[in-house]
Structure formats: C-alpha cells, structure tokens
Design a protein around this ligand. Structure first.
Ligand code: ADP
Ligand code: MG
Length: 757
C-alpha cells in the first residue's frame, strides 16, 4: 500500500502578449518545494480584493514556468504516475484551471507540432514501450474516453458518434455494486495492443468531441474529459491478475461567475460556472478536512467517476494550469487556492490483484489431466469418469458383508480408487439415513407401545393413590380418635357426690382390673398404630414422590440409563413393600383395638349397671333405715370388690349407647353421668322436700316418684334432695372404702383371676 497526498504541480502558460503578463515569481527551497508568489497589480487590488493584499504565496510540488516544454511536464509529472500504473496501482492526473490556461494543451497537447504532444500520447507511448520491454508479464491494455457534459456521460469512442450529436448518444450511467464499486454502463472499452491503436482511439475521441461541439455547446470549456488507460497484467501460468487504471483528466474551465471588478466580493464567494466543479470542490473540501465521515462523491457524475482518485485507492496528481496575465490573476489565485486544498488529501493506493476464475479453471483442468496421467502410469489402468454397474454392485455387496461381519477388526477393502471409496461413503450414508428413518418409525412405534403402557402405569398409579387416600383417611380417623382421647367435661354432668361414689364403686369393682389392663393394651396399640401411621405416611410420601418421577422419566427419556431406572424402580418397590407390611400390621392393630374396645364397652356397661343397682339399693336402704353416720358400715358392699390402687379407669360410652368404632382408652365416660343422673333422678328426693313429704317418702319404693324420706343423719344436709343424696352417697362410699381397706384379703386373688382370665 502506498500512502500519499495528492501531488500538486503548477504550470504557467506563456502569455499571448508579453505586456499583459502579471507579476509573479517562482522560488525553490532546500526541500525542493516550489512556491509561487503572485503579486496583485495595485489597480486590481483596489478593486475586487478587499484586503488589499498585494502578494499571494502558494506552495507546489513543483512549478513549471512558461518555458517548460511538454517533454519536461511528462517526465516530471506523468512518468512517475505511469510507472505506478505499470506496477499495478491506480493513477490519476488531472488538469485544473480556467479556460485557456492550457489544460487541454497539457493533457492532450497542441494540435500543430509533434513536440506539443501532451501527457496522454506521451504516456501511451511510454506505457507501450514499457510493455514491450517487459516480457515477464502478459499485459492487456484497454482504452475508454468519457466526456461529462452537464452531468451527463458520453462515450467519446462510441462508433455511432460521428453520425450523431452529443445529446443523441446513449448516455453513460453510473452503477454501484454492493461493494460500492463504480461501474460505467455504456462506456466502451477498446483494446489497444499497440501505441498506434491507442493513439488512434485518442484522436477518434478528440475528433468526436470536436464534432459535437457547437457554439451553443462549448463542450471544450464546460465539459470534462476522462481518458482512461486500463492495464491488466499477469505472470505467465499464474491465475492472479493485476488491474490498474490511469485516468488522464481534462477538466472544464474553473472560471467563476464573479469576475474582476465586482467591488467588495471575496474571491472565495465567486461561484463556478460548472456545477460539476462545484461538487468537485465540495469533495475536495470534505476530504481535506479531518474527521469528515461523509464525502459527497455521489453529488455529481464526475466525482463519482473519480471517486478512487480523490481520497481513495489511487496515486493522484493535479496540475494547476495558470494563465498569469493580469486579467486572469484572480482566477489563477483561485486555482492555486484550490490546489492547496487538494494537496491535503491523502490517498491510499493498493495493488489491485484478483484471481481470474477462467484462468483458475484452465490451470486446474490442466492439473487434473496431469494427475490422471500420473495415476494411469501407477495403476496401469486408465479410469473413466464413472464406475460401471458391475463395479457398483460389487461394492454394495462388499459393504453389506462388511456391515454384517461381527468381527470388530473386519475391513472394507475397495482398493486405492477414490471413486470406489467415495461411493462406499455415499452408500453407507444412504444406509444410515434409511436406518434413521426406520429407527424413527421404530421409536415412534415404541413410544406408541409406551403410550399403551402408560395408561396402565397411570392407572396403577391412580389405584395406588386411591389406596393411599383411603389409608390416609383411616389414619386420620385414628389420629382424630387419638386427639380426642383426653376428653373432659363428663363429670360436670354428674353430681359430685354421685360421681365420687361411682369412682369408688368403679375402682373397687373387680372388672376395673380387666378394664385397666385392656386400657393399657389399648394404649400400647394406639401408640403403635400412631407410629405405624406415621411410617405409613412417610412411605406413602416417598412413593408419591418417586412414582411420578419414575413415570415421567420413563416417558420423557425412554433411553434413560438402565442403572438409574433400576435404582428408582427398586426404591419404589422397597417403599411399596414397607408400606404393605406396615399397613397389614395397622389393620391387625385396628382389629385388636376394636376388640379391646368392645371388651371395654362391655365391662363399662356392666359396671354402669351394677353401680346403678347398688346406688338404687343403697338409696332405698337409706330410705328404709335412716342411716347414721357411724352405721354406714353395715351397708351392702360393692358387688364385687377390688383392691385397685389406681382409680383412673375410664370408660367409653356414648349417649346413644353405641359403641364407637375405634374406642379411645383414655376417654372419660362423659355420658355415664347422664345415665347415672337419670337413675339418680329416679331415686333421689325431690328438689324441695317438705317435712311431710319427707315423711311420706320413707314408705315409697326406692325408684318411685315419691320424695324419699329425709334420712336421719348427723351429717348436715342442705335440703336439696340431689345434693343431699350426693352427700350421703359420698359418706357411704367413703365408709365402704374404709371398710374395704380393713378387710381386703380376697381381692388380690380376684384381681389375679381377672387379669389372667
Ligand atoms: P484550456 O484547455 O485550458 O482551455 P488550452 O489547452 O486549449 O486551454 O490552451 C489555450 C491555448 O493556449 C491553445 O491554443 C494552446 O495551444 C495554448 N497553450 C496553452 N498552454 C500552452 C503552453 N504551455 N505552451 C504553448 N502554448 C500553450
Ligand atoms: Mg480545454
């Protein structure tokens, strides 16, 4: 890559008349940069230049004065560019200046003398000379000649040009590809194999331009001409081609609308006559300013065509043509100012290399042929394009036997024939794809089977879930019963005295031992059932967790590793087994508990009945023989006595007399009091006993409705029959107990009997 600013040169045209020559001087410093000083004549300075500055200085790469001949210009300006083009870089030389300043003379040359040949013929001559000299490369040269007039492009080499006016010709248009490369449609490219052919093309184009020019259409001053040499080069045998373009540009006159004598108007404010040049200046300004992201190339055809030349992949040179006659001083100053801006533009020229696909094909074809020949020599047989039917059949047989061979070391031997090897791979791929399709159908049928099985599994799961639910219910019933075990409030319904009497009766009853024992067993069974219930719940929870997991994994990942599946399955099975065992035990417990409950119920009813009988009897006895506190000893003892030291026996009984499904051993006999009260009401005195009624009650039956006779007692009574009855029952029970305590020799035997019976 060659980074370079646009090179600017100045060429001063000899004046038509010596006396009209303006004052200027050219200096060359140590660094070989030239500076041009233009002295503005006083009369002019007073006129249009406001700042009254008399001297203007401009730096150029080099300034060629009036006496510089065409040869010098070519040697110093064009030749270096031509050399770059020959090396493969793009190049541009453009002449900029007012009309008559010598642009055409510099680019094309004078029409009269051979020595006045300009840059184009000299460059063509030089290039063809170089091409002839260089036999290491193959060069191809094409010429195009474009005229841009009034923003329209015309092909100056169009064969129909001679017969038409400029406007009638097909217009050259710009096309931009996705890579933003510019292509010119309708611009013909003419191959020139020799300098002569190329020069003929130049003259053809110039002639066409001249013909098209009319007084109304001063093409020569208002149009731009771009003569382009397209040079391609490649080394023999290589597919890499280098392309380079050299634009030799003769621009339209740069003169502006504002002319000399317009007082107070700055030079910079003057407008170009030619719009294309205005846009060219816009592009130059944009390019010369740093950090400008948008360059308005598209604004005009000329800037579009010269896009690469301005700030792009090109080595560009500008020649500022100056006519330093007094009347042209202002335009010359403008031209120099423009050149100073252009000098700031940096270009990056790169080698334009590309691989020619046609050349590549030719090279590869050649290589293939060589390899084929080589192979034929090695194998001793010349291979045709395709395998024969017999060969294909043979290969397929080989593949089949290879695939069927169980030996892991078996090989598929087809020989060193790439066609056969490729065919084997294709065939294997085909088989594999077929198997895939088949496999998919198998998988889908398997999944169908699974679908069939899945409802079963789901059903099984549902069944298990239902069982679990049922068991849960049972467990919760058990738990509920457990919770209700310590009940309260029973005693509130029985009068305290009667209650205490019942407690004593119950305690001393022989059956109380059985009841106690049963209660203890029941307690144990209940705790066992409770623990079992918890274990069952745990097992159920585990199953509930594992089951969906197992099902989902079986459904979602049929190819789940067997190990993991097996583990899950066995865990599930284990939990199910545990659950079953525990449930069987719980069921047995339930039966046992129910049985115990029934036994207790029975004992309870019996006790109840006996107590009531005793209570009634005692009440009647009290009525018959008014008891004295100390005479209670003769009272009939409890039907069956027991030396029970625990007086905590409690019974289960409900109002309706029904036995609960699962009894609670700790349950207090809530309803016993009701029953007792019912009896009590029958036997106890009326709430408000009068002395007379008390008298009457002495003769009445114990269970009769008559008010019992007021007992003769040292114990102070309340007058309330029920309370008094309770007090008496209490006294009696206490005495009875005291008596029993003194004489209880047989109770141990009774208890032992009951316990073991
Ligand atoms: P432009 O193309 O800029 O309008 P031309 O190249 O046509 O100007 O030049 C105008 C006239 O000046 C022509 O007749 C040309 O021969 C002559 N001329 C221009 N430059 C020189 C020069 N350096 N030496 C001699 N004659 C010149
Ligand atoms: Mg000209």
């Amino acid at each position: 890559m060659v980074k370079q600013t646009i090179q600017i040169f100045a060429r001063v045209k000899p004046p038509v008349r010596k006396q009209q020559q303006g004052i200027y001087s050219i200096d060359e410093d140590e660094k070989l940069t030239s500076s041009l000083e233009i002295i503005l004549p006083r009369d002019l300075a007073d006129g249009f230049v406001n700042n009254k500055r008399e001297s203007y200085n401009f730096k150029f790469q080099r300034i060629f004065d009036q006496d510089a001949n065409q040869e010098t210009i070519f040697e110093n300006i064009a030749k270096p560019v031509a050399e770059s083009v020959l090396a493969g870089y793009n190049g541009t030389i453009f002449a900029y200046g007012q009309t008559g300043s010598g642009k055409t003379f510099t680019i094309t040359g004078g029409a009269e003398r051979y020595s006045d040949r300009g840059i184009i013929p000299r460059t063509l001559s030089y290039i063809f000379e170089q091409l002839q000299k260089d036999s290491s490369k193959i060069y191809t040269t094409h010429i195009s000649y474009l005229e841009i007039y009034n923003e329209c492009g015309y092909d100056l080499l169009d064969p129909r040009h001679e017969a038409s006016s400029l406007e009638d010709l097909p217009k050259v248009t710009i096309l931009e590809d996705p890579e933003q490369n510019i292509h010119l449609r309708n611009l013909s490219l003419h191959q020139a194999t020799t300098e002569e052919e190329a020069l003929n093309l130049l003259f053809l184009g110039d002639t066409n331009r001249m013909i098209a020019e009319t007084p109304m259409n001063q093409a020569s001053t208002r149009s731009h001409c771009i003569f382009t040499i397209h040079l391609s080069s490649k080394e023999p045998g290589s597919a890499t081609v280098r392309h380079a373009k050299l634009h030799l540009v003769d621009l339209a006159g740069s003169e502006r609308v504002a002319k000399t004598g317009v007082g107070g108007q700055l030079l910079t404010e003057a407008k170009y006559i030619n719009l294309s040049l205005h846009y060219l200046e816009q592009v130059i300004i944009a390019l010369s300013e740093k950090h400008r992201s948008h360059i308005p190339y598209r604004n005009s055809m000329m800037t579009s065509v010269l896009r690469d030349s301005l700030g792009g992949n090109c080595m560009t040179t500008m020649i500022a043509t100056l006519s330093l006659e007094k009347r042209n001083i202002d335009e010359s100053i403008s031209t120099c100012r423009f050149a100073q801006r252009v000098a700031l533009i940096k270009n990056e020229a790169v080698l334009n290399e590309e691989i020619d696909p046609r050349l590549m094909i030719i090279r590869l074809q050649k290589e293939i042929q060589e390899l084929k020949d080589e192979l034929a020599i090695v194998t001793g047989e010349r291979r045709t394009e395709a395998l024969t039917e017999a060969e294909l059949l043979q290969l397929e047989k080989l593949i089949t036997s290879f695939l069927e061979d169980q030996d892991p070391e078996s090989r598929l031997e087809v020989g060193a024939d790439m066609r056969k090897i490729h065919h084997c791979f294709h065939h294997l791929k085909k088989l594999l794809n077929e198997k895939k399709i088949l496999g998919n159908s198998i998988v889908s049928s398997e999944s169908k089977d699974q679908d069939c099985q899945e409802p079963l599994k789901e059903e099984e799961y549902k069944k298990l879930r239902d069982i679990l639910k049922q068991r849960d219910n049972e467990i919760s019933i058990l738990s509920e019963k457990m919770r209700n075990f310590p009940s309260t409030g029973m005693r509130g319904e029985m009068s305290l005295g009667r209650q205490e009497a019942f407690e004593i009766f119950k305690r001393d009853h022989a059956d109380s031992i059985t009841i106690d024992d049963n209660k203890q067993i029941l307690k144990q069974r209940f705790s066992e059932a409770k623990a079992l219930g918890e274990s069952i719940n745990e097992a159920r929870r585990k199953i509930g967790k594992q089951m969906p997991l197992w099902i989902s994994e079986n459904m979602a990942v049929p190819s789940m590793p067997d190990l993991q599946e097996e583990r899950l399955r066995s865990q599930l099975e284990e939990e199910k087994r545990r659950y079953k065992t525990m449930f069987t035990r719980l069921k047995a417990l339930k039966v046992e508990i129910e049985h115990l409950q029934l036994l207790m119920d029975k004992a309870k009813v019996k006790l109840q009945k006996e107590f009531e009988a005793w209570w009634a009897e005692e009440a009647s006895n009290l009525q018959v023989k008014p008891p004295a506190v100390n005479s209670l000893n003769h009272m009939k003892p409890f039907p069956q006595t027991s030396e029970s030291q625990h007086d905590q026996s409690q019974f289960l009984f409900n109002k309706s007399g029904q036995v609960p499904q699962i009894p609670s051993p700790q349950c207090e006999c809530q309803d016993l009091g009701v029953g007792s009260d019912m009896y009590a009401r029958k036997i106890l005195p009326s709430p408000c006993p009068s002395p007379r009624s008390q008298e009457q009650s002495r003769t009445s039956t114990p269970l009769g409705n008559s008010t019992p006779e007021r007992p003769v007692s040292s114990v102070p009574l309340t007058g309330d029959s029920q309370t008094d009855s309770d007090i008496l029952a209490f006294i009696k029970a206490r005495q009875n107990i005291l008596q029993k305590k003194c004489n209880n020799s047989s109770t141990q035997k009774v208890r032992g009997f009951h316990f073991y019976s």
